[in-house]
Design a protein around this ligand. Sequence first.
Ligand SMILES: [Zn+2]
Length: 221
Amino acid sequence: MDNKTIRMVTKLVQGAMDDNQVQVTKEFKAEDGYAVPVGVSARHVHLSNEDLEALFGEEYKLTKKKELMGGQYAAEECVAIVGLKHKAIENVRILGPVRKQSQVEISATDSIKLGIKAPIRESGDIKGSTPIALIGPKGIVCLKEGCIIAKRHIHMSPKDAEEAQVKHGDDVSVKIVSERGTIFNHVTIRVDDSYTLEMHIDTDEANAVNIVTGDFVIIIK
Ligand SMILES: [Zn+2]
């Protein structure tokens, strides 16, 4: 199919969708539990300075595209990631600033696509995690470990934690109110002064329960 046809069909679909917007209102009462907005994390890469230079060239510095919480940011730069199936996933966003160790966070669907079996881990806990290769414009890096599926978690400030009556490291359950509503167990609480209240889940988890960034969920413990 040529591009012109695809563009035309996309327009038709967009028109039909605009006519068809389903308005789902989610209203919570205080007694339901503590409400938390959702942030859906797409697959992304954190790089060490050494790996950044290997992929983009010596003395290379990332360009900030969008500020995130805790001093982190989405960079303009992307890399391709490659597993064992001779298949790459391209345009994987880099999050800055550089870290001590490189880390690749993917969804379970991505791991199938890549032919690897990544463990579910908290960010930063990459010991013994899955090997993966990164391709940048200036080079290739093979990570011996570092590919994970991020464990779902909620960021909050100490004040939020007090209000929600939880503490750093707690394992809570979260109720999802949507057309495909469910309960997510094993959500880790992460408390820090630099955090704004947000539950981070990956694209698989969000799609499975039909929620998007900005929707609210409820901590039910
Ligand atoms: Zn997070």
